[in-house]
Structures are given as structure tokens and as C-alpha cells.
Design a protein around this ligand. Structure first.
Ligand code: HEM
Length: 466
């Protein structure tokens, strides 16, 4: 049976047979399910020019292939870890840009064809679309022509470092490392993954596998109101350069280095609390109105205060908050996933814009400091259609002050975390759940894009035969 990407039933990896099972063996890890890794190395690579450059780059990919983890291995390792505590092996993943495919000498009909992928992130058209700064303001590595990315991650720093060395040992002279990033996970006191502003991150994800949906129902808060299931077509596309279109799939990968000014964000929280005259413990609500969740992950639309933290809730929509007098429209998680309140008519119209986020924090912190730079998020996400998922979310939702109330005054405002552009004042619920909102200045922008690129994460058979 061919793999059905549009299947409305999730795939069970445990019971997968035939082409489904081959697909999981041929697909890179981290796409269908986030790979656990507190430590992550990212190498940005440039291949050499000409025939020799192409031969050496192809040879590098072939020799890298045995280190690249498959989805099947990742899922089996996780299961063994759950049952016997056996630690998994490090994650290695690899992606190519359009220019990378060109250097390998592949004809255009064997190159992934997504529009945004073909344009690239440095393209002025892309920057215009996303509201990104001029490339001259990006970090050095991202200003260069990038042909490939290699991700190396592990729970333990030493194991990630050792695997990175193995990867580096495979690099031929003609392949230059033009940039390096180092991701380090942050955790709160309860061990949950947080980002630099201090909020639990990575909770809400599209789920593709039966086992993950079962776990969400049994061990998390359920799926009765918000169904996180998405068909495989939301994240997989046929790998056009692989031998077997029926079993060899890949995914478009977004990488964006987003610097976080922690001091500016903290000040924005205080300014909003002052402007709305919030007092005592209710002042915490200011930050929650910017993000849409309290620091411990409690969704603001469900509760006026934190505390619903075990497990972090995700089974909610904004159905009982249509006027946004609990969670404002401009809150980050409401802008980037309106959960049926975005005015699309059908929830499906909206859901197809969601993507599989796999971000990782970077930068070192000393307890209690409020860095103004050098820390942030290595935003990473897998998509099957960059224009309709990542770009749509950033451009049409986050950067669009009118969404989701087009034509109505006052406009809801930009996404208060990632919106890029002029931020007009917004309406904020001064008292949680009370209809009268109050106009107050928007939170100032504390996230700056420092560079990024679009890649295609090809199938393992392509890498082996590159
Ligand atoms: C430094 C930048 C960013 C920060 C600090 C940040 C922070 C957060 C936090 C704290 C959450 C809540 C945790 C969760 O629900 O999983 C979240 C969720 C989310 N973020 Fe971001 N984020 C950033 C960048 C982005 C970007 C660039 C996008 C896409 C363009 C994005 C899209 C989303 C989506 C789709 C969700 C899940 C919303 C939901 O399903 O309810 N984020 N983010």
C-alpha cells in the first residue's frame, strides 16, 4: 500500500508495515516528532564550485548518511528509553538549500520546488514579505551563501561534541563551514523547557502518529476540544531526487536565529502592567497577555492566574473568548494559532497553516541577569509548504495588525512577541473576562531576526546515493 499523505487517520509507527514502514526507515528523524536534545550544534556549510566541488560534496553526503538518524530509529530508541531507560544515540540531520542542490549538479526537475525554498531567505522578496532586516544587519555566517545545514544534538554535551567531531572529520577541504550555532536548552525549576523570556515553550505541536495522540489523551490533558492531529501531508513531501517516490520523503526546514532582548521584554511586561494599573499578583497577567500563556504554560484564555501546570494544558480553544476579553487577539499564541477563532469559517482552513516547531534556545545566562542580546531562539520548523505555513504565519498573521478582525477598529495589533514592524497601541483586557478592554501601548519589539535560511531535509536513500 502506498503511503497516504492525506490520510485522515494517524499513522501508527509500531504497527506500520510495507511502504509505511519503509517510509519511516527512509525519513530523517526530528520531522514527525521532536528529537530530545539539550545540546545542539548547527553547522552552516558551503560546497566548492565546479565538478570537483560537486563530487566532493556528494561524497561528503554519502559518508554522512550512516550517521543521519532515521525516523524509525528515533522512535524505537525513544520506546526503549521509556521501557528500559536505555539512552538513545545522538541526532544528526542534514538539509540542503536550492543553491546546495545546484552545486551538487542536480537538474531542476529533481530539486524540491517550493517557491519560498527556491527564493531563499536572503532574497529581498522574502525579506520584504517577512519584514526582516537587511542582510547587512544579519550575523556573518548567515550573510554568506549557504548550501547545507547539519544538526547534531544530544541530551549530553559531551556526546553531542563527540558526534560533531565525527561529522567534521568527514568534511572535505572544498566544503567550508561558514557558520556555527550552539543551542542549549533552558529549563524551569520543574524541568520544563522554557525560552529566554521565561515561558514554557514547545508544548503545542501538530501530532502525526497514533502513539503520540494516544499519549496526549492518556498522559496529557486530552484532545476533546483541541485536536492536535495533522495528516502527514502537513509535513512531508516526496523527495524528488530520491529513487523511490512512493517511500522516500523529505520536509522543508526553516531556520531563523531570533535574538531576544530579555531586559526590553521584562520592561515591556512592567510597562503594560503599569498602563493597565494591574496590582499585586495580577501584574503577572501582563506577560501572559503578550504570550497567551503564563510562564508555567497555563493558557490565559482558561485562567486569570497561573497554576494549571501539571501537565501543561493544550486542550483548549478560544470559543468562550470570542471577544478576546481573557486572552487578547495580539497574544503570540493566539496570533500564531487562533484555534478556530481566526474567522476562516472552517477550522481546517486555519489548521493547514500550522507547522512542526523544533526550536532550541541559544546563549549562556547567569542566574538573575537580563541580557539585552547574545541570547535567543534558534527557531526551527518543518513544513510541507513554506509559503502556506511558516511564511503565512509570520506575514499574514503575526505581522498583520488587522488579523483576525480585518477592517474593524481598533485593529488587534501585531503579534506581541514576533511581530515585525510598526506596533500601534492595542486593546488589552484590563480585568480578566470583563468586556471593557483598555487601549494601551503595544509591547515593544524584543525579538530581532539575525539571519536564517530555508532548507530541504532529504530522504536517506537520496543521501546514500548522492
Ligand atoms: C524568539 C521568538 C519566539 C518566542 C520567544 C516564542 C515563544 C513561544 C511560546 C512561549 C509559546 C507557547 C508554548 C506552546 O504553546 O507551545 C509559543 C508557541 C508558538 N509559537 Fe512561538 N516563539 C517565538 C517565535 C515563533 C515564530 C517565529 C513562530 C512562527 C512564525 C512561532 C509560532 C508559534 C506557534 C505556532 C506556537 C503554538 C501556538 C499554539 O498552538 O497554541 N513562534 N511560542
Amino acid at each position: 500500500m502506498p503511503v497516504k499523505l492525506d490520510n485522515r487517520e494517524p499513522l501508527s509507527w509500531v504497527n506500520a508495515t510495507g511502504d509505511d514502514d519503509t517510509m519511516l526507515q527512509n525519513l530523517q528523524a526530528n520531522i514527525l516528532k521532536g528529537h530530545v536534545r539539550d545540546h545542539l550544534h548547527i553547522l552552516l556549510l558551503q560546497f566548492g564550485a565546479g565538478e570537483q566541488g560537486a563530487t566532493e560534496a556528494r561524497d561528503f553526503l554519502t559518508r554522512l548518511a550512516p550517521l543521519v538518524k532515521s525516523a524509525k530509529t528515533q522512535l524505537k530508541e525513544l520506546e526503549e528509553h521509556r521501557l528500559n531507560g536505555t539512552p538513545g544515540t545522538p541526532y544528526v540531520g542534514v538539509g540542503l538549500t536550492r543553491l546546495g542542490y545546484e552545486r551538487l549538479g542536480l537538474p531542476s526537475d529533481r530539486t524540491p520546488s517550493d517557491d519560498a525554498f527556491l527564493r531563499g531567505m536572503r532574497d529581498p522578496g522574502t525579506r520584504d514579505k517577512l519584514g526582516d532586516p537587511e542582510t547587512a544587519q544579519w550575523e556573518d555566517g548567515f550573510q554568506k551563501e549557504i548550501h547545507a545545514v547539519v544538526l547534531v544534538g544530544d541530551e549530553k554535551s559531551a556526546d553531542a561534541d563527540a558526534r560533531l567531531q565525527e561529522v567534521e572529520a568527514l568534511l572535505p577541504g572544498s566544503v567550508q563551514v561558514v557558520g556555527r550555532e550552539r543551542g542549549r536548552a533552558l529549563h524551569d525549576a520543574a524541568g520544563r523547557g522554557i525560552e529566554h523570556f521565561g515561558y514554557v515553550d514547545g508544548r503545542s505541536q501538530p501530532l502525526f502518529l497514533t502513539e503520540d495522540l494516544d499519549q496526549e489523551r492518556r498522559q496529557q490533558d486530552g484532545t476533546s476540544v483541541w485536536d492536535p492531529f495533522q495528516p502527514l501531508e502537513r509535513v512531508l513531501v516526496t523527495d524528488p531526487a530520491a529513487p523511490n517516490p512512493g517511500t522516500d520523503f523529505g520536509s522543508y526546514f526553516v531556520l531563523r536565529k531570533l535574538e531576544q532582548n530579555v531586559r526590553a521584554f521584562r520592561e515591556a511586561e512592567e510597562e503594560l502592567a503599569d498602563a493597565l494599573k494591574l496590582v499585586n499578583s495580577d501584574r503577572e497577567r501582563a506577560g501572559a497577555m503578550i504570550v497567551g500563556r503564563f510562564k508555567d504554560g497555563t493558557p490565559l484564555t482558561l485562567q486569570s492566574r497561573p497554576g494549571a501546570h501539571s501537565p501543561v494544558m493544550n486542550d483548549f480553544t478560544y470559543a468562550s473568548d470570542g471577544a478576546a476579553d481573557k486572552c487578547p487577539f495580539q497574544a503570540h499564541i493566539r496570533k500564531t494559532n487562533p484555534r478556530g477563532s481566526g474567522g476562516f469559517g472552517s477550522p481546517d482552513g486555519e489548521r493547514r497553516h500550522l507547522m512542526a516547531r523544533r526550536g532550541q534556545t541559544y546563549g549562556e545566562r547567569v542566574d538573575g541577569d537580563l541580557p539585552e542580546g547574545d541570547v535567543g531562539l534558534l527557531f526551527m520548523a518543518f513544513n510541507s509548504d513554506l509559503g502556506n505555513q511558516f511564511e503565512f504565519t509570520q506575514q499574514t498573521w503575526a505581522n498583520n495588525d488587522a488579523f483576525p478582525k480585518s477592517g474593524e477598529e481598533p485593529a488587534p495589533g501585531l503579534d506581541q512577541v514576533i511581530g515585525q514592524g510598526e506596533r500601534p497601541p492595542a486593546t488589552w483586557p484590563r480585568v480578566w473576562g470583563e468586556p471593557e478592554g483598555q487601549e494601551a501601548p503595544a509591547a515593544r519589539q524584543a525579538v530581532t531576526m539575525k539571519g536564517g535560511e530555508y532548507f530541504f531535509m532529504p530522504s536517506l536513500p537520496f543521501l546514500r546515493g548522492a
